[in-house]
Structures are given as structure tokens and as C-alpha cells.
Design a protein around this ligand. Structure first.
Ligand SMILES: Nc1ncnc2c1ncn2[C@@H]1O[C@H](COP(=O)(O)OP(=O)(O)O)[C@@H](O)[C@H]1O
Ligand SMILES: [Mg+2]
Length: 318
């Protein structure tokens, strides 16, 4: 893949199927970037509001909340952002407020194709380009994107608007956003998957689909990868015990349990290799951690693993 490593791009989108660990990976990445000295904003746009729970902080819907030194978190509420957008476009706040109070508002905004993606991306754009005292407010923005299809729609919406808008300020604005979203020096997309056949197949398809659309897919993260402390010689020894006629039941049971750990690690390593091969991108791996609650150290462990992975930081990962 052309372009710098993910950690050097200002805007990172974390995509993947629901439940694979997008929010966790986005938080771990944002934490790592902040620890590396970048003023970082973690943006949650899927409406789940989970990042606060990860950091043990109150919700942050309007104003970014500093959840760790140098790391702020913000949830973008698509409905609220749509109201803001319509207020600016229609220049009549009372009208929009009246519309927003109506129960039909949500249905209307959901029914207008791409409107929710457009305002969400516009919000991300405003934050990404915010400047104070001559310097950008944020060095890095990590977007915890909606599940795969909606996430890709979010990345595509500026291009669609530009193509539809004819000429004029909306076209120019959409074009500017589109060029940054597609530029591999500015933007990177991370695809998160679990080490399972179906999940890997879907991740490969997502990568291929984004590549066909010229979106800057940068790397993948396989989350929840099992490892084994047993080397090849130990596995042979375990097999010998498990298969030895007359071995005590407890020995056999212990050997089989240890072999299951070794087999799990082999299985997951195969899935990781398959994803790298079929998608043709660098793949980082994250272990399962026992606890992700704030102060458990789980998120910090994932962050350290992610940042030291060459697939994320480039080079030898140092
Ligand atoms: N590496 C991991 N180790 C342990 N638990 C994890 C790990 N990654 C995710 N989880 C847990 O799995 C669940 C789903 O993760 P989440 O990040 O919310 O997924 P998504 O945002 O893709 O829906 C959460 O309960 C989260 O705490
Ligand atoms: Mg999530």
C-alpha cells in the first residue's frame, strides 16, 4: 500500500463488522497516538457512546472531553449534527427546531439518502480542519466508524455529493473533503476483524471493495488472537502423552487441554496470515485481554501491542 504508516496520517477511520472490536481498537489507537505526543481526538460516530465507559468518563456529546492526557473523546450525534447543518443551510433556526421537534424529523433525515453520512463527515471535517492560534487543534483524529457498509458509505459520501452538486460552493466543499479522504498521506482506513473464517472473508471483501473505490485502506487489525506458550517440541511431547496407551486420565486430560491452546493459536495465526495474503495489506494482531474496564490496564496493554506492531507504525515497530 502506498503512503505512510497509519500513525502518521492525521485522520484514521476504524471500520469493521459490529462486535469485532472497532470501538476498542479505535480507543487503543487513539490512546497510543496521544501517548506518542500527538494531540488526539477520538470520535465516536456510531451512536453507541462506549468510549466513555472504556475511559471511565462522563458522556461527551457536545464538547470533547479529555479522557487521558492529550486524548479527548467526542461522540457525534448524527441527528443533532443534521439539525446544525440544516440550520446553517436553511438559515432559519426556528424552522429547523420546529422540524426537529416533530417525530417525523428522524424518519425524514434517515430517508434522505446520505444526509446523515454527509453531516457526520462534515462534522469530522470541521474538527479535522479546526485551527486555533495558527495551529491545528488536533494532530490526530481517530474515527470509530459505523459498521462496515455504513462506514464505507461515510467515506464515499463527499464524492457522491460532489458528483451530484454540479458547480458552486457545495461542490467545492465536497471536492475538498473528498480529496483529503482519499489522500493516503492524510487519511487511513483500518479494517478490524476477528480470527474466524467468515469474519476474515468479510474483511477481505471490505478491503477489496474500498480499494476498488480508491479509498486509502491502510492495514487490518485482527482482534482477540489467541497465542500459545508451547513450542513445536512441547506440542510433540504433549501429543505423545495424550496418545500414550495406559497414560493416567489426569495426564491425558492435561495434555489435551494444553493441545487445545496450541491448536487455537495455530488456527488464529492461519486466519491472520490468510487475511494478509488475500487482502494484500499489513495485518496487526491484538490479544484477548482479561479486563477492559477503566484502570484494569487492559486498554493500555492493547494500545501498547498495537503501537509496537509494524503493521500500524511501519518499520520495525520501535
Ligand atoms: N482484545 C479484546 N480483549 C478482550 N475483550 C475485547 C477485546 N476487544 C473487544 N473486546 C470486548 O468485546 C466487545 C465488543 O467490542 P467493541 O469494541 O465494542 O466492538 P465493536 O465496536 O466492533 O462493536 C466489548 O465488550 C469489548 O469489551
Ligand atoms: Mg463500537
Amino acid at each position: 500500500m502506498a503512503g505512510p504508516p497509519l500513525t502518521e496520517r492525521r485522520l484514521a477511520f476504524v471500520l469493521g463488522k459490529g462486535g469485532v472490536g472497532k470501538t476498542t481498537v479505535a480507543a487503543a489507537l487513539a490512546l497510543g497516538l496521544a501517548d506518542a505526543g500527538h494531540r488526539t481526538l477520538l470520535l465516536e460516530v456510531a451512536g453507541e457512546r462506549r468510549t466513555e465507559a472504556l475511559f471511565g468518563m462522563p458522556p461527551s456529546v457536545d464538547v470533547p472531553v479529555e479522557v487521558r492526557p492529550g486524548l479527548h473523546a467526542l461522540s457525534v450525534d448524527a441527528d443533532r449534527a443534521t439539525q446544525e447543518y440544516l440550520t446553517i443551510q436553511l438559515k432559519v433556526r426556528p424552522l429547523v427546531e420546529m422540524m426537529a421537534r416533530s417525530r417525523a424529523f428522524h424518519q425524514v433525515t434517515q430517508a434522505a439518502p446520505g444526509l446523515s453520512e454527509l453531516v457526520t463527515l462534515g462534522k469530522i471535517w470541521d474538527l479535522a480542519t479546526a485551527v486555533q492560534g495558527g495551529t491545528p487543534v488536533w494532530d490526530r483524529l481517530v474515527v470509530d466508524a459505523p459498521a462496515t457498509g455504513h462506514g464505507i458509505a461515510l467515506l464515499e459520501v463527499a464524492g457522491n455529493v460532489r458528483d451530484l452538486a454540479g458547480s458552486g460552493p457545495i461542490r467545492d466543499q465536497a471536492d475538498a473533503i473528498e480529496r483529503v479522504i482519499r489522500h493516503p498521506a492524510a487519511t487511513g482506513v483500518v479494517v478490524v476483524a476477528r480470527p474466524e473464517d467468515l469474519a476474515v472473508t468479510e474483511a477481505v471483501e471490505a478491503v477489496q471493495s474500498m480499494r476498488a473505490k480508491d479509498l486509502p485502506v491502510t492495514c487490518a487489525v485482527v482482534n482477540g488472537v489467541r497465542t500459545s506458550p508451547f513450542g513445536a517440541a512441547e506440542v510433540d511431547a504433549l501429543r505423545a502423552v495424550a496418545g500414550r496407551p495406559g497414560a493416567p486420565d489426569a495426564d491425558r486430560a492435561a495434555a489435551l487441554a494444553a493441545l487445545a491452546v496450541a491448536d487455537g493459536a495455530v488456527h488464529d495465526a492461519r486466519e491472520v496470515a490468510g487475511l494478509g495474503r488475500d487482502a494484500g495489506i499489513p495485518v496487526a494482531v491484538l490479544p484477548v485481554v482479561p479486563d477492559l474496564s477503566p484502570a484494569s490496564g487492559g486498554l493500555e496493554a492493547l494500545s501498547a501491542a498495537l503501537m509496537s506492531d509494524p503493521a500500524i507504525g511501519g518499520g520495525d515497530g520501535g
